[in-house]
Design a protein around this ligand. Structure first.
Ligand code: CTP
Ligand code: MG
Length: 232
């Protein structure tokens, strides 16, 4: 008999609570059509069909949940309501999942605005976890980055070799991540941009892995057109 313990259940949190103001169309970008499907279909499909993902929990407004259920080829575990920021949307999902699932459950947080997610990147995150508290895929920064506090003068020089751009999905342990969020006040949570920030602020051990340049985020109209072009 093997001594290997069974893999921990892993629930994907798929974020679809944003308004897509930078794309600027009436319908949020994740529900706009690309190829034959709404944008959200692509990452949802990858998550639902990955052998190590136990189920998908979605943050979305109620009025879009039928569209999502219709596009999914498997049952969605459940839904949470969006918050005013991406991090508050995550807080809602973490709160709802904590009430239903054991603390050792893994959570993989992904953006529905990153439709080109691959099964390989999900596997890479899960394989890298080991005894760490979390995993974040990152890309090296290719442009030289300057810091400016007023937008017109350089306030400090940065060493590009130490800089990385964070991607999604990010992997955490449900109980540890919920505890990290509980330690932060509302103002700090509102200041957060990436979901790994609360983990780092509270001393969790997050390991970086190479991200996937193809796993870009649809932020602008041009990004949406790019993805449409790739999926005609
Ligand atoms: N998101 C969310 N809840 C929010 C804000 C964002 O679930 N309150 C999700 C978006 O749906 C998206 C992901 O977080 O999948 C990344 O955010 P972003 O690219 O900023 O999307 P939007 O906030 O929708 O776009 P914009 O900032 O242009 O309004
Ligand atoms: Mg946004």
């Amino acid at each position: 008999m093997s001594n290997a313990s069974p893999p921990l259940p892993c629930i994907a949190i798929l974020l679809a609570g944003g308004a897509g103001t930078r794309v600027g169309a009436g319908l949020p970008k994740q529900y706009q059509t690309a190829g034959e499907h709404p944008l959200i279909y692509y990452s949802l499909h990858t998550l639902l069909t990955h052998p190590d993902i136990t189920g998908v929990w979605i943050v979305a407004e109620e009025r879009y949940r039928d569209v999502i259920a219709h596009t999914a080829e498997k049952t969605i575990l459940g839904f949470s309501s969006p918050g005013a920021t991406r991090q508050l949307s995550i807080c809602h999902a973490v709160e709802d999942l904590s009430a239903r699932f054991p603390t050792e459950t893994l959570i993989l947080i992904h953006d529905s605005a990153r439709p080109a997610l691959t099964g390989q990147l999900i596997s890479d995150c899960l394989e890298a976890l080991g005894a760490h508290d979390g995993v974040m895929p990152v890309l090296p920064v290719s442009d030289t980055i300057y810091a400016s506090t007023d937008g017109t003068h350089i306030s400090s020089l940065l060493d590009r070799s130490t800089l990385y751009a964070g991607q999604a999905p990010e992997l955490f342990r449900l109980g540890a991540y919920a505890k990290a969020l509980a330690q932060l006040d509302e103002k700090t949570i509102l200041s957060v941009h990436g979901s790994t920030e609360p983990a780092v602020m509270t001393g969790l051990d997050i390991v970086l892995i190479p991200g996937d340049p193809g796993n870009y985020k649809v932020t602008t109209k041009e990004d949406l057109e790019r993805f449409r072009g790739e999926n005609e």
